[in-house]
Structures are given as structure tokens and as C-alpha cells.
Design a protein around this ligand. Structure first.
Ligand SMILES: [Zn+2]
Length: 365
């Protein structure tokens, strides 16, 4: 268990690479030094990510996102990655795919793209090697908010460029209701799901409004996950549709999916800034989220991590025990104290996501 691999199901790496020129081949501490006095930490907090930190944390696989926002949610003049039309969205999402291809081409010892089962096997085999302490981090491309898909038939292009997981919503999209913008699946949303099924793409219901997500759970025949979402019942004082209702948790569990718990203070303890600050949010909140989902499932096979680190927040907004992604391993003793077995903990840390990938990645391209 001390050497169990960690899988993180949500990181907006390309957005940071293109917005702040962040270099994820170096340590988070080094990026923080370089960014002192720049706008990056002001806008996105101090980074929590970097390749040496992935090594220390034994983070073998990351679901790396394509993320751009609609213009109505632009973060300010510095934010260049927003769109007004699906044409613009398509261009921006394309630049982010290119950024991942560049990253793996230029740094093959550090990052590798996972497009098929053999890619996953080769990354995992490397992490088992005893003759080296340096292992490649596998990236699975996740498209968050599908507005870059101009029409469903275009999915083949995205699939060929490596996209394996799609979340139709962020805010509301033309496909369905989303965060703070409730609504059902639209006819275009149903068409998107039909085409996704042809490629056995994984559906990510994170950010989907409950109504749309329930419709999708009924309709979509392919694999379903929630890459980064917490249980609403455990986010005291929140009624946000960004979190998962019990019905949705049950739905994902019934479909054999996994839910990635988000260790971000605002998603764990709303109001934390005003009442106690960072010191008041501990990893116990993360473990409580995980335990809630496990209790509902009746086992530890449907929960994992979806950190969303560097996704609009950084060091300043995560539980007090965390300095970088490597510190997520500190949940291991906390889960053990709650009675979770070594096998349970290995599953939660990364095993459940690996099962999702093994079951659903294509055998051949
Ligand atoms: Zn998100």
C-alpha cells in the first residue's frame, strides 16, 4: 500500500500551460519561485503540480483536460481562453490538444499520452521497475465542456487526436444544463451522446445539471464517471448543482463508474475563508466525502481522486496538510483509521480509475 499508485482524474494542465506558460516538468516549488511577482499566483493561486511532485506522490496517471470557458464567464482581461462561438471553442480546444502532444513529444521520459490499453500497460509497467526511480506520468485527455465539438460527427477527429473522456457541460452548453445553469439534455446533447457511444468514449457527468445527468445515465450505453465532484449531502450549507445528489451518486455506482472527490476547500467546507480559514479545513473532510460514497455503494470500488488542482485555485485553497499533489497520499493513514483495508485504500488511491481505463480504453486505435 505505501507504493500504491495514485491516479488523479482531473487537472487543467493545458489551460495553465497556455495561460500562464506553466512548466509542469519542474517542481511546484520551483514554479512558485519563478512566478513570484507575476500575475499567475494572483489569478490561479500557487501551483500544486509538477513532475517531481508526481514522482514523490506516485501519481502514475492524470486525466488532463481540455478546458475553455464561454465568454460570459471570462475571468478578466488576462484570460485569453474563452469563446463566443463554437468555431472559437474548436480553435481553443485544438490548441490545448496540441499542447499535450507537444508536452509528450518534447518530454517523453516525463509524460506519455494514453490512448489505448497498451499505452496504459506500458506506463504502469514502468512504475513497477526497480532499476529507476523516475517514471513517466500517463495523460488521458478529457474534454471538459464539449463546445469544441462543432457537430457530433466531428467526434472522430477528437478521438483520433486522443480524447477519451467527454464532459458535455461546464456551465450550461448547447448540449445540456450545467453548473449554476440548470436544464435538461437538449436534442443536440442526445446526438452528442449517440456519437460518443460509437467510440465508447467515457461520459463525465461532472458539471452536468442533475436533470441532464439523470437523462444521460438513462440514455448513454457507454462508460460513465464523475471525474471531479463531491457529494452534495456532505457539503454542509450548499445547494449548488455543482455537487452530486444521492440519486446521481447511486446512478454512477449502478453503472460501475467512479467518482473523483475534489480536495478543494470551497467544495469541502463552504464559508471556510470567513470562518477559520485554511487551518479549519483538513483532509478529514476529503476522507469523509470518500466514506460517504463508499457507504452508499456498499464497497470501496467507486471512489477516487479528481483534484482539479490548479483549476482556478492553488495552494491557498486546499486542506492544510497539502503543499503539493504528493501530499494527497496523506489520506492513506486516515482511511486506515476509518477501517479501510489495504486493498480498499489501493482502489481509492488509483485502482478504481485504473479499472475504468482498463475496461474502456480501446484495444487498438
Ligand atoms: Zn471542472
Amino acid at each position: 500500500m505505501p507504493d500504491s499508485l495514485l491516479v488523479d482524474a482531473h487537472q487543467d494542465l493545458a489551460w495553465n500551460i497556455l495561460t500562464f506558460n506553466r512548466d509542469y516538468t519542474i517542481a511546484a516549488a520551483e514554479t512558485r519561485r519563478r512566478e513570484q511577482g507575476t500575475l499567475a499566483p494572483q489569478h490561479n493561486g500557487d501551483t500544486l503540480l509538477g513532475w517531481p511532485d508526481y514522482q514523490r506522490g506516485r501519481v502514475a496517471v492524470v486525466f488532463s483536460t481540455l478546458y475553455v470557458a464561454p465568454a460570459r464567464h471570462s475571468l478578466g482581461e488576462w484570460d485569453m481562453q474563452f469563446y463566443s462561438t463554437s468555431e472559437e471553442a474548436h480553435s481553443l480546444y485544438s490548441l490545448q490538444v496540441d499542447a499535450y502532444h507537444r508536452l509528450v513529444d518534447e518530454h517523453p521520459a516525463q509524460f506519455r499520452l494514453i490512448e489505448k490499453r497498451a499505452d496504459l500497460q506500458s506506463v504502469l509497467a514502468h512504475w513497477q521497475r526497480a532499476d529507476t526511480a523516475e517514471h513517466p506520468v500517463g495523460l488521458v485527455i478529457l474534454m471538459e465542456g464539449a463546445e469544441g465539438v462543432r457537430e457530433p460527427a466531428e467526434l472522430e477527429e477528437w478521438y483520433q487526436r486522443g480524447v477519451r473522456i467527454i464532459g458535455p457541460a461546464w456551465a450550461g452548453t448547447r448540449f445540456c444544463g450545467g453548473t449554476h445553469e440548470p436544464g435538461p439534455l437538449t436534442p443536440e446533447g442526445y446526438a452528442l451522446l449517440e456519437h460518443m457511444a460509437e467510440f465508447n468514449l467515457t461520459l463525465d457527468i461532472s458539471h452536468m445539471d442533475e436533470k441532464a445527468a439523470l437523462q444521460a445515465l438513462d440514455f448513454y450505453p457507454g462508460p460513465v464517471i464523475a471525474s471531479h465532484a463531491n457529494a452534495l449531502s456532505m457539503v454542509k450549507g450548499s445547494d449548488s448543482n455543482r455537487h452530486l445528489t444521492d440519486r446521481l451518486i447511486q446512478g454512477v455506482v449502478e453503472r460501475g463508474g467512479t467518482i473523483g472527490v475534489v480536495p478543494s476547500n470551497g467544495f469541502l467546507r463552504p464559508g471556510w475563508k470567513e470562518t477559520g480559514g485554511r487551518a479549519s479545513v483538513t483532509l478529514d473532510y476529503v476522507v469523509a466525502q470518500m466514506d460517504y460514497i463508499c457507504q452508499m455503494a456498499g464497497n470501496a470500488l467507486h471512489v477516487g481522486l479528481g483534484s482539479d488542482f490548479d483549476g482556478g485555485f492553488g495552494l491557498q485553497s486546499v486542506p492544510i496538510e497539502i503543499d503539493t499533489i504528493a501530499d494527497l497520499r496523506k489520506i492513506i493513514p486516515l482511511l486506515a483509521q476509518k477501517g479501510y483495508t489495504e486493498a480498499d485504500i489501493a482502489a481509492i488511491l488509483g485502482g478504481n480509475w485504473l479499472t475504468c481505463l482498463q475496461n474502456n480504453l480501446p484495444e487498438v486505435l
